[in-house]
Design a protein around this ligand. Sequence first.
Ligand SMILES: Cc1cc2nc3c(=O)[nH]c(=O)nc-3n(C[C@H](O)[C@H](O)[C@H](O)COP(=O)(O)O)c2cc1C
Length: 731
Amino acid sequence: MSLSAIKPLLIRLHRWAALVLAPVFLLIILSGTVLAFRPIVSGLATASAAAGAVDATALQQLITRLDGGGGVTSISVANGGAAVDVASGSADVAGRWDVQAGTRAAAPTSSVDVFGIAEKLHKSLLLGLGFVVEAASFVMLAIMIIGPFLSLLRFRNSLIGWHRAVGWCLLPLSIIAPLTAVMIVLGIGEGARQPLPRASQPVSIAQALTVAGKDIDLAHLVSARTFRGGTVLLQTAEGNYAVTDAKAVPLTGGKGLVQQIHEGTWAGAWSGALNVVISLVLLALTVTGVLSWFRRFRRERRAALPAGGGDLLVAYASQTGTAARLAEATAASLRASGLRPDVASLARLTPEALKPYRAVLLLAASTGEGDVPDSALRFLRALKTASLAGVRFAMLGLGDRSYAHFCGGAETLRTALVGAGAAEIAPLVRVDGDPQADWSRWLAGAAARLGLGAVRTEASVKDEGVRLRLAERRRLDDPEAGDTQETWAVTLESEAKLAFRPGDLLRLKPGAGERERSYSIGSSSRVDPRRIELTVRLHRWSDADGRSGFGRMSAALVRTLPLGGTIDGHIEAHPGFNPPGDPSWPILMIATGSGIAPFPGFLAERRASLRAGPAWLIFGNRLRGGDFLWKDRIEAALGNGSLTRLDTAFSRDAGGGRIPARLIAQAEPVRRWLLDDKAIVYICGRREMARDVMRALAAILAADGSHTEAAAEALTEEWLAEGRIRIDAFD
Ligand SMILES: Cc1cc2nc3c(=O)[nH]c(=O)nc-3n(C[C@H](O)[C@H](O)[C@H](O)COP(=O)(O)O)c2cc1C
């Protein structure tokens, strides 16, 4: 079984195990962080004991006096040897004493045993749950081993990008803690335990100081406490000793290397500091992992649901954004009238989702030759098997009478809804051109039939017009190179500042009574709010009678309109084909011919962003030498990093090939971008090419056996519906 076949399972394991155990991990890691300071603090105590020297004779006398019947349970030297802290059951004895004077010294402020609590938390969560901690260690180790298999090391400045980068680069360090924990649980690498000496009778601290004083120098004593086997454990700057009633026995070995590594004691304070770093890395991994899951969860939930809670649903099927904007205006009007509508694209709805609503107001555009917008195809298909008895709807169709099937998309949806048993409560209203009047009439009519009372419909749904001046035009193809299609870069300028993004549409009317032409904008107001760049191919037509000519609008833009001449139009937002809101999101841009139009703008926006993520362009045309449109910009983008990968397919060059074949030849990186990096795919060009690319993407997903062909196709369609694949196609 290949890695990519089990990868979805590994991803789920990594994610869910980490999420379920995150609270336990956090407790273990935080307490571990505290414990990592122990070798540092005790290193400092040892160092200060080594620096200062205690007067051993005075100390012995003092402790002998205080110890009485063995009431002192531990002592530790303080103030560089000038004082000693004594622990005892007797309040007369316990406290800080001045070694030289033998009198009480200013008591230290009582401190909580932080390390003791942290240790209990670390080993048993303070609840005797040692087995949970042990199991969590195994799971943590597994999560860390799985991590690097889930994605390659490629840095992206986002939360999950940092999670991956830290996980990858610091793995050798961060794995030390869970690995040694597991080894300890399994008893691997335990040190050979030195048999402890036994005292023939329990030794008091005072006695131990006397016995030890004969063999060792107590000037660098750190602490002494009663120990196992009736002995006393002496800690000095030089080493530790178990003191019996006869002698002081140096303690060597003890904890195995594995345990020392885990506790950060193998090199004193330094190894403690290393453990602090390890703990912080583990903390960072846990926090970034959980947070990025949470963000993703929230984003997906938001995307999946209509706003929720409303009793009316305003749904839309939009190709280039008009119906979507009109739907928002509809919802705003309803809200202004005191109603609570939800708004959603049909792309995100199933037929069942319509059922809870009192009524559905549906706004549907048409595309192609009377077709339903791409984003509504899945919904339309689902209607075939749905039963919508009880659902009531009213529909507004948006279209253009110059097409053979005026509002064909809306008609198709309406027929399918009625076929599924839904009831149409008001007649279909078809809109061509400025929708204001028809929309108001439609909304007022639907509201009346639903008994909603008077609904305010004065909200403006009109586009603002723009006046633009032709500032520059430059031919992009090279006719000398052979059979190229005449294509120009056209720069238009506005006096006023405009707001637009790459992929938005500039609608221009060649003459009174003629159909508007839409051009995809290839620049961004974020970079320059007065400059609109278009890619315009000169349209040539010929008819059966042998007549031929140029398209009026394209000819005006590339030939007849003089430089400095003005032209009026509308900018239409096309949010479905704008670059992602988060510039760090990876994008895969696929274009043929003048379909490249929006992408110079995508690259310019990414160039202007400080945290742009990876961007891959696959461009196809006929001849590399003749119609590599925007070659200069694309190569510059590759040079400055706003484009991270480029592939081309020039069909008339030797060995050139076409885009679908080019994609399949790169199946592995394509799959990685799609599945691991969740890249958004933008496809711009002829409808036929877009269809072939969709098929190629499904084939790539199915090729390694991780998806059946049907599942791969369903997945690409789902991505199309939810906007992970976006298509801007023309015939
Ligand atoms: C490529 C294309 C094809 C179209 N095909 C039709 C059509 O067949 N019938 C029709 O009535 N309108 C057609 N239209 C017009 C749109 O439906 C109309 O402009 C609508 O307002 C677009 O709404 P939208 O922006 O929500 O997609 C077409 C528009 C474009 C750009």
